[in-house]
Design a protein around this ligand. Structure first.
Ligand code: TYM
Length: 331
């Protein structure tokens, strides 16, 4: 049986970008691929690569787990767990650090961006983060990993690490394939469409949080940056703001950009934005309502306990074999 694995880091809030780029795709795959296993986790060990307030991190971890479920995951078929509750993931992360080179890690965009911004407090775990991410995936022999475009580079490195390990020690880990959606893989910032919508952004007008109320969603879409052409067409180079809004519309409704463009060709930006706001509210409102019920429920705790037990079982066996393979320990 094929296995699909993905994760989200509980830093900042969850955005519409996370939903359209990763979560929605995961839910759709679940509906389409009935013969697969689905593992989904909250990457709290990744979150601590930058400073976190402990109580907030713990709350956000549960919020994200509840939000995942509220997005329509099939509860019977999802192994939902918290990364730190499976110690083998971190253990394998350490082993994989010995199978990745400094030069490879230095080429990672996320790390390079931080260096370019001359951030002084870059931790060593932020630098080695891709090794832990590789461990998150290959520990479970994932076949496919649904992610947004910004994770593509990490997935390529994961493949390199798995292949390198297999070449030296003999075939052991499945080499995973990324699954990146055609539309919605890179939702851009509403105020600065040159950069991706990010949950860690200080300017909250640039992103739509999945926790935003209806009024904030409408306000943010209304004030999204467009251009002075006044023509509705899909031209990411010259009209990046509008192209991003068309992408959000297409991704939320599963219509093609072509169709939407035709539908709005004689309309004003204002009319288009008003409709888009309704589309986004229509998607997020039911999720938000479901989230409110799930987050306080005992069911959430039970699902996370069950997920931890299933993931632990696989992780324990795989790590025992892995250690034997690389010659650490007595047998
Ligand atoms: P994270 O938490 O930054 O993002 C979670 C998922 O959301 C996608 N995403 C986006 N998609 C479209 N447009 C955007 N603006 C946007 N912003 C984020 C990301 O591509 C991702 O799929 N390192 C990962 C978490 C992780 C992981 C893993 C993922 C840790 N281990 C193993 C998959 C498999 C991260 O920081 O994603």
């Amino acid at each position: 049986m094929k296995r699909i694995v993905s994760g989200i880091k509980p830093t900042g809030t969850l955005t519409l970008g996370n939903y359209l780029g990763a979560i929605k795709q995961f839910v759709k795959l679940q509906q389409k691929m009935t013969d697969c296993e689905f593992y989904l986790f909250i990457a709290d060990m990744h979150a601590i690569t930058t400073r976190q307030v402990p109580a907030e991190l713990r709350k956000r971890t549960l919020d994200i787990a509840a939000m995942y479920l509220a997005c329509g995951l099939d509860r019977e078929r999802t192994v939902l767990y918290i990364q730190s509750e499976i110690p083998q993931q971190t253990e394998l992360g350490y082993i994989l650090q010995s199978n990745v080179y400094m030069g490879e890690l230095e080429r990672m965009t996320q790390y390079k961006d931080k260096v370019a911004k001359q951030e002084t407090s870059i931790t060593s775990s932020l630098f080695t983060y891709p090794a832990l991410m590789a461990a998150d995936i290959i520990l479970y022999d994932a076949d496919y990993v649904p992610v947004g475009d910004d994770q593509k580079q990490h997935l390529e490195l994961t493949r390199t690490i798995a292949q390198r390990f297999n070449n030296y020690y003999g075939d052991f880990f499945t080499v995973p394939e990324p699954l990146i959606p055609e539309v919605g893989a890179r939702i851009m910032d509403l105020q600065n469409p040159e950069k991706k919508m990010s949950k860690s952004d200080e300017n909250d007008k640039g992103y739509i949080s999945m926790f935003d109320d209806e009024a904030s969603i409408r306000r943010k879409i209304r004030s999204a940056v467009t251009d002075s052409f006044g023509i509705i067409r899909f031209d990411p180079e010259n009209q990046p703001g509008l192209a991003n809004l068309l992408t959000i519309y297409a991704s939320c409704t599963d219509q093609s950009i072509e169709e939407i463009k035709d539908q709005y060709q004689d309309k004003s930006y204002k009319e288009f934005k008003d409709d888009l706001a309704e589309v986004v509210v229509g998607v997020l409102k039911p999720i938000h309502d479901a989230y409110q019920t799930i987050v306080k429920s005992q069911e959430l705790q039970d699902i996370l306990d069950h997920g931890r037990d299933i993931a632990s079982d696989y992780a324990f066996k795989k790590m025992r074999k892995c250690k034997r393979k690389i010659g650490v320990g007595r047998k």
